[in-house]
Every structure is written in structure tokens, then in C-alpha cells.
Design a protein around this ligand. Structure first.
Ligand code: AMP
Length: 288
């Protein structure tokens, strides 16, 4: 299939087409930026694209709902896929190339190679979504190998994910850099997520408790609270007071190792994961 022009964005589906487009840009001396996404774009995704647009000459966006990062009872089948709207958004942001592969392109039948960052992939999100990060690192390394970007952009919204990807890049000596962009929120604090479309009005109101809980933890620590166990207890109590929230975890951890430290003076991150109705939400706040 030849590259299709959709509102000035080149959309390609095969590895060979990506290579051709990127190699042409590289011959031009372009700095190549990659923004990996699962589509259903919102301002969070667009903030990554804008960061890439600012720092790079050629911006590639991948849109791929990666089956291997979903658990058997998760929302793979109902994950939103508004492809045409995504393409329009990419065109408006001046994206040069959209890579939209099918599952068989990324996982040829019989594929058996996986990439896993041990340890960091097993805690927090990894504990509640076994195999999730293995799926993420496997697809992200494939995308890096296909596009060969100089820099790839990720959101701090998925805090543990960007830490794991940074570590994978470092330990596998990948010749590229990772940029992490701040979490984009609604004006009331709700972190933007493609899964927010699942929430009804009542659930959306309930979901605000998550960012408020994180904000409260940050405020306590900034005001001088040094007993992090006490902060963690308060976070759990705040969530327990809202019976509509089904908590997986909420904690304050070292911002690099994600260990539950008791040292309040280095960089810390407050994290939360919970279900509101049938929707699983995650959020975090960094204290540098
Ligand atoms: P996804 O399509 O959910 O895989 O997300 C694609 C990228 O967008 C990931 O690097 C996410 O961390 C990032 N992202 C998602 N939501 C936000 C947000 N609210 N603010 C900033 N980045 C985000």
C-alpha cells in the first residue's frame, strides 16, 4: 500500500514505509521525534506532539492499541479508536508521519521475543496488571527500532511507565533520549485520559477525589510533614471515605526507585490507582 495523504499527514502502515519516510528525513539532516500513543487523543497527547514539534524537525506519531499490554479482563475490545479525529488532530499539530500498523505488523505470527525491565515492572501498576509493562516495553522497543528516533516523548501521567522506558533505554544502550512531559489536567484537577470517556457525570465527580488525595499528600509534605507513613495513612483514609472508589494502591514513593521511602527530603512521587465504576484510573504528582 502506498502512503496515503490525509489532510497533509502521511499515514503509513508498514515498517518499510516508515523506514523510507524517516530515512529521507534523516538524509535531510532532520532531528527525528517520536510520540508513541494508543490514539483517542486529548490535550495530553497533543502536549507531547507540541513538545516534539518544538524540538524536532520531523515528528512521527504512532497510533497502535497494543494488545499485549492489556490483561485478559481489561478493556482492549472497547478501548476508544476515533482514528479519523486522531488524524485531524495530528494534521493540525503539524505531525509529519502517522504510523498506524495492524497487530500482525507489530507481532508477526509466532512472535516469541519479549522485553522486560525486571523489578520495576513488578511493583505498583505491575502488581495489579501482571504482564502490562512487559507488553509496553516490548512494543516500545519495536517502535524505537522501526522509527529510530533521536528523541521519544512520554507523559508523566504514566509515571512508572516512563521510568521503566528510561531504564530500558539506558540498559540496552539505545542511541536516543527520552523526554517526559508534565501531566495535562482539566481545570478541576482530573488528569486527562483516553479512559475518561467511560465515566458518567457522577463517576467523573467521584474521580476528582484521586487528584485531591495526591494534592493533599503533596501539601502535607511541602508544609513540613516528614512522617511519610502518616501521609500514606491519610491518603488511604481519604479514599476509604468514598465508598464508590475501589482502591488498588495509593502511596508516596522515592521518585526514582518507586520504593516506599521514609526520607522526605529527596524527590518523591505520590501515586494512586483505583476503579471508579468500571473504569480504572491512575494519577500521580511529583515533588521535586
Ligand atoms: P496512551 O495513548 O494512553 O498510551 O498515551 C500516550 C502517551 O500520552 C503516553 O506517554 C502517556 O503518558 C501520555 N499521556 C496520557 N495522558 C496524559 C496527560 N494527561 N498528560 C500528559 N501526557 C499524557
Amino acid at each position: 500500500m502506498s502512503a496515503a495523504e490525509v489532510e497533509q499527514v502521511t499515514v503509513v502502515e508498514t515498517v518499510e514505509q516508515v523506514r523510507r519516510e524517516v530515512e529521507a528525513a534523516r538524509r535531510n539532516g532532520d532531528r527525528i521525534g517520536l510520540v508513541p500513543t494508543m490514539g483517542a487523543m486529548h490535550e495530553g497527547h497533543l502536549s507531547l506532539i507540541r513538545a516534539a514539534r518544538q524540538a524536532c524537525d520531523f515528528v512521527a506519531v504512532s497510533i497502535f492499541v497494543n494488545p499485549t499490554q492489556f490483561g485478559p479482563h481489561e478493556d482492549l475490545d472497547r478501548y476508544p479508536r476515533p482514528f479519523e479525529a486522531d488524524l485531524r488532530a495530528c494534521a493540525e499539530e503539524g505531525v509529519d508521519l502517522v504510523f498506524h500498523p495492524c497487530v500482525e505488523t507489530i507481532y508477526p505470527p509466532g512472535s516469541s521475543t519479549i522485553v522486560e525491565v525486571e523489578g520495576l515492572s513488578q511493583i505498583l501498576e505491575g502488581k495489579y496488571r501482571p504482564g502490562h509493562f512487559r507488553g509496553v516495553t516490548t512494543v516500545v522497543l519495536k517502535l524505537f527500532n522501526i522509527v529510530a528516533p533521536d528523541v521519544a516523548y512520554f507523559g508523566r501521567k504514566d509515571y512508572q511507565q516512563q521510568l521503566i522506558i528510561r531504564r530500558m533505554c539506558r540498559e540496552l544502550c539505545l542511541p536516543m533520549t527520552i523526554e517526559t512531559c508534565p501531566t495535562v489536567r482539566e481545570s478541576d484537577g482530573l488528569a486527562l485520559s483516553s479512559r475518561n470517556v467511560y465515566l458518567n457525570d457522577e463517576e467523573r465527580q467521584t474521580a476528582l477525589t484521586l487528584s485531591r488525595c495526591l494534592q493533599h499528600a503533596c501539601d502535607l509534605i511541602r508544609q513540613g510533614e516528614t512522617d511519610l507513613d502518616r501521609v500514606r495513612l491519610q491518603m488511604r483514609e481519604q479514599i476509604a471515605a468514598v465508598p464508590e472508589i475501589d482502591l488498588d494502591y495509593t502511596t508516596v514513593a522515592d521518585a526514582e526507585s518507586l520504593a516506599e521511602t521514609n526520607r522526605a527530603n529527596g524527590p518523591l512521587v505520590a501515586l494512586i490507582a483505583a476503579r471508579v465504576g468500571n473504569t480504572r484510573l491512575i494519577d500521580n504528582m511529583l515533588m521535586e
